[in-house]
Design a protein around this ligand. Structure first.
Ligand SMILES: [Zn+2]
Length: 363
């Protein structure tokens, strides 16, 4: 069988670490995923218990067993640009090195292993492999599938196999970026009383931010931690001119018990009486509930063990959130190693994740 394998095929009988190495040796920098998507599609099409659909370089495979619940296992197949770290290298200590080992081809290998080795899962399964996660949000393949074929992503619960050090990270916080502009009147700084200083006018905004007490709500047993911060400030035209404009860029990271509308209303309210001349929403991505109270999620937690942690950064679990599918991150990669030249993954983590997921889906 191995003899029949060519450069462009994937052998799903390889174990998790070996399959991860194979995936890493298949370069798939964002925008160049076609070859790997072709190989994943071809490998999945050999499995009679799955139907396979494709949209661009996104591949979705599903069982149709009529089970009471459906869970989604999702992962992106692209990587950041290679940094002299392909092909992969396995060292004697069970560490696999290379671009994408942690972020997140080890997770993709686990998805493929489950697809190949669990033909009769206790829950219907949907496997999603998508492109362009590491680049601008509008290119994200999961977003494209959600728009074109939302039914392909339907489910009761989703697990995103993005690296989480084999710990469960529930939901994700939302992120909102606004520009708060203040106005003044230009004048020569030698006769400053002839003008009005827009940078000084930003003082109430900064005072409000400095005094702000972020919430730490507990949701599904997870304590989130919000933040409202100035992340940039711009103002001034020359060293002898009283500035007539100043912009404070504010980022609000909020817990998933707030909708996008509520988050925006909250920020407007915080700065309502701070002399803001213009309030502009620059970017906004909603939060996602962890959904750990759902029966499928409870069974998942029981199978994988450990305690769930809240996810503070924004991730693609939010795309499932917007489709009404609660989602968690759970994958073998180490998030701290993502995008690093010395990116690596411990092979025992890959095997552990695969075994835990298999026991959840067959127990
Ligand atoms: Zn990733």
């Amino acid at each position: 069988m191995v003899g029949a394998m060519t450069e462009s095929t994937l052998d799903l009988t390889l174990d998790g670490p070996a399959l991860t190495a194979r995936l890493v040796d298949f370069p798939s920098v964002s925008g160049q995923e076609k070859e790997l998507a072709d190989a994943i599609e071809a490998a999945l099409r050999t499995l009679p218990h799955l139907t396979v659909d494709r949209h661009g370089n996104n591949v979705v495979a599903r069982t149709h067993l009529g089970r009471a619940e459906r869970v989604v296992l999702a992962g992106h197949i692209d990587t950041v640009p290679i940094a002299d770290n392909v092909p992969s290298r396995l060292d004697d200590d069970g560490v696999l090195w290379g671009c994408g080992t942690s972020d997140m081809k080890s997770g993709v290998a686990v998805q493929l292993r489950i697809a190949a080795t669990v033909p009769e899962p206790n829950r219907d399964l949907t496997f999603v492999f998508y492109d362009n996660e590491e680049v601008a949000a509008h290119l994200n393949g999961l977003g494209h599938v959600a728009e074109a074929h939302p039914d392909w992503l339907a489910g009761d619960f989703a697990v995103l196999l993005e690296g989480s050090d084999a710990e469960v990270e529930g939901g994700c916080q939302g992120t909102l970026r606004v520009f708060l502009r203040t106005e003044g009147e230009r004048s020569h700084s030698a006769r400053s009383w002839m003008g009005s200083n827009a940078i000084h006018a930003a003082a109430p905004i900064l005072a409000r931010l400095a005094a702000y007490e972020p919430r730490r709500p507990v949701i599904d047993g997870l304590e989130y931690h919000e933040g409202l911060n100035a992340v940039r400030i711009e103002g001034g035209v020359a060293n002898n001119v009283i500035p007539d404009a100043c912009t404070v860029v504010v980022n609000y990271r909020y817990a998933p018990d707030r909708t996008a509308e509520e988050a925006l209303a909250h920020v407007r309210e915080v700065f309502a009486d701070c002399g803001v001349a213009e309030f502009v929403v620059d970017d906004h991505s909603g939060a996602a509930m962890p959904g750990l109270s759902h029966p499928a999620a409870k069974a998942f937690m029981a199978a994988v063990g450990g305690t769930a942690r809240p996810k503070f950064g924004w991730t693609d679990v939010s795309r499932f959130g917007s489709l009404g599918v609660p989602a968690v991150n759970y994958g073998p990669g180490d998030p701290l190693l993502a995008h690093k030249r010395d990116e690596h993954v411990r092979t025992d983590r890959i095997t552990h994740c695969e075994e835990r997921l298999r026991s959840w889906l067959t127990g």
